[in-house]
Structures are given as structure tokens and as C-alpha cells.
Ligand binder design. Sequence first.
Ligand code: CDP
Ligand code: ZN
Length: 157
Amino acid sequence: MNRIGIGYDIHRLVEGRRLVIGGVAIPYEKGLLGHSDADVLLHAISDAVLGALAHGDIGVYFPPDDDRYKDMASPVILRKALSIAADEGYRLINIDSVVIAQQPKLSHYYAQIIESIAGMTGLHSSSIGVKAKTNEGLDAVGKGEAIAAYAVVLMNQ
Ligand code: CDP
Ligand code: ZN
């Protein structure tokens, strides 16, 4: 059986933090605020995986107010979501995603981000879509105050 899932996330951009998207450190004057690496793209993908199985979201498994999970690295969260899926016999077929960032320009990093996600998921790079959009200067994302991400996944049992 096939199942699709959708995930969304947003984090504030602040000074004094590293910017990590899809497990790749991207040179920029600001980074995303949140526990651990605040990797907005991996969080959206992890939620999409759990969503495909109707398992809620990553906050159910890793409550942000629970100190045990406070600084859990995002790749660990994604792997945990995939292992929950594997326990039910589901494997990932493909991922598509959109990162909404006014800055920095991410297209130079697509290949690196895709390789990084391929390494975490076991997917071939041809099954991972990564795209970026600005928000045309509109709203908080458009003003460069935050970066958001959407992801969809297809899982098969
Ligand atoms: O042209 P359109 O309004 O559809 O899109 P845009 O938001 O102006 O972005 C144009 C292109 O810039 C995108 O298709 C991406 O290839 C690239 N882009 C990027 O590399 N990094 C971003 N943070 C945003 C957009
Ligand atoms: Zn997040």
C-alpha cells in the first residue's frame, strides 16, 4: 500500500547561530533558532514521514519541553521517524520539498543537501526533490526573519 505524508516547519533566523538545512551547514550571517540544529527541512521531512503513517508529528516523539530530547540532532529525529515506519513495514519511496528563504541563495547547495538527505534515508538522489523560493519580500519569511520548509513523502508497504 502507498501512503503520502506532508510536513511543514518554520524557524526564526537569528544572529549567532549556524544555518543548517538538510544536514548541510550553509554560510550565512544568521542561523535558525531552536533546540539542537533547528534544521527546518529535516523537521518537515520527519513530520511528513510520521504523517504518512498517521503517527502525529515529531513533537509527539520528541517533546520540545522534555530535556531528554532538548538537543537531539535533526538527522537522529529523521532516522527515528524512518525506523518507526520500518517497524510497520513501510519504506520511503521519494521526497519532494520546498524551502522558503528570502536569503541566502540555496540553489548552489541543492546537490549537497540532496546527497546529505540520501545518506540519512538510503534513498537515491534521483528520488529527492529540494527546491527553494523566496517569499518575494512579503511577511516574516520574506523579511528574512525566518525560514520555512514544506515536504511531502511517499511511503510504500
Ligand atoms: O521566480 P519565482 O517568483 O517563482 O521564484 P523566486 O522566489 O524569485 O525564486 C527564484 C529561484 O531562485 C528559485 O526557483 C530558486 O532556484 C532560487 N532560490 C534560491 O536559490 N534560494 C532561495 N533562498 C530562494 C530562491
Ligand atoms: Zn523545526
